[in-house]
Design a protein around this ligand. Structure first.
Ligand code: UDP
Ligand code: MG
Length: 350
């Protein structure tokens, strides 16, 4: 544990005054932003702890950036981080975690599906010693049965084949201690399946159950295709089981091929049945071709992932940060191992 702690980047950047940070990724969330700010402020002010709201604008195309700027100008507790374009929720979350200064960092969605009123319970669990407080959905109001069913199947599948235990029905809504945040920052992969990364770091974890609310306003940014993609990313980022499965299918097909050939030979020699079989050749060829292409595609997925990792591009680019009402210089921040970036120098203006 000590060796691990030594490896963690120093927390020298941490202002001693911030106890709680709430990190929220925002993509086209103009409708909810005011009510979100009101409800969060009501909960956090009652805690009598110092806090900041880290609002990450993930390249929104509606009025979100303007609303975030106005909030940051009016409320010194708001830290606004503007990404240079839409990098996706996982990258926006990473940006938020990197800019958060709190001793405990709470991650939540903007749409109030994760009720801010649960924050005091999360903080209590953290004060009692938990490094990670996961929020587990007991119910998911406002979501179709298909979404609920596919989500629950997906978590079961992922846990069955992946290398880490990902608690079922937990989203990104959670609290992380400073130690947990620093540990997460060590994971510098480009392919960021956050739920998997959260689980990978381990650490003393407490699970609290809650009822998931429908969206307060606006629409979900995820259609079924995007969700399928996320699930596929989850599986291929945390397991090579699909590759092994492809091997298994190949083995079974080959075995079937050998037995079938034997059967044809016996039929020809013993029963004197001449070889016919144009239809069987065609069906075998299409089945085999399909299995082969599928396996190559799967292999390609893993090779492609390696390709993206090898490029070592930053996970996101920030074009502006407003903290305590003041804008800081535009800086490319990334999880990259680039030593220049680590020292906090300006590597790239956006
Ligand atoms: N989000 C984001 N970037 C994106 C898509 C979504 O930052 O490219 C944010 C979004 O603003 C919200 C959170 O991720 O705060 C969850 O999105 P959403 O509510 O649409 O997902 P769902 O709850 O339907 O899974
Ligand atoms: Mg949502």
């Amino acid at each position: 544990m000590n060796a691990l702690l030594e490896n963690w980047p120093s927390s020298a950047h941490k202002a001693p005054t911030t106890e709680i940070s709430v990190v929220i990724p925002l993509y086209n969330e103009f409708e909810v932003i005011t009510i979100l700010h009101q409800r969060l402020t009501a909960v956090l002010a009652a805690l009598e702890m110092s806090y900041e709201l880290v609002l990450v604008d993930d390249g929104s195309r509606d009025g979100t950036p303007r609303a975030v700027s106005q909030l940051a100008a009016a409320d010194p507790a708001v830290t606004a981080v503007f990404l240079s374009r839409n990098f996706g929720k996982e990258a926006a979350l990473t940006a938020g975690l990197e800019h958060a200064l709190g001793d405990a960092v709470i991650v939540m969605d903007a749409d109030l599906q994760d009720p801010p009123e649960l924050i005091p319970d999360m903080i209590r669990a953290w004060q009692e010693g938990a490094d990670v407080v996961c929020m587990r959905r007991r119910s998911r109001a406002g979501e179709s049965w298909l979404k609920r069913y596919s989500a629950s199947r997906f978590y079961r599948l992922l846990n069955a084949i992946s290398d880490v235990e990902i608690p079922p029905d937990t989203g990104d809504f959670r609290l992380l201690s400073r130690r947990a945040v620093e540990a997460l920052r060590l994971l510098n992969e480009r392919n960021r399946y956050m739920k998997g990364l959260f689980a990978w770091i381990g650490m003393p974890t407490v699970v609290i159950e809650y009822d998931r609310k429908p969206r307060a306003a606006g629409i979900s940014k995820w259609d079924y295709l995007a969700l399928f993609n996320l699930a596929f990313q989850g599986v291929t980022s945390f397991s090579v089981a699909p590759l092994r499965m492809a091997m298994g299918v190949g083995l079974l097909t080959a075995l079937f091929g050998v037995l079938y050939t034997l059967w044809i030979v016996i039929k020809a020699l013993v029963l004197g049945d001449p070889v016919q079989g144009f239809p069987s050749i065609i069906s075998m060829m299409t089945i085999l071709g399909g299995v082969q292409l599928l396996s190559i595609g799967l292999l390609g997925e893993y090779v492609g992932k390696t390709y993206y990792e090898a490029k070592q591009r930053p996970v996101y680019l920030v074009h502006d940060v407003v903290r305590r009402g003041k804008a800081s210089s535009a800086m490319a921040r990334s999880l990259s191992t680039n030593p220049v970036a680590k020292k906090g120098k300006v590597v790239c203006k956006v």
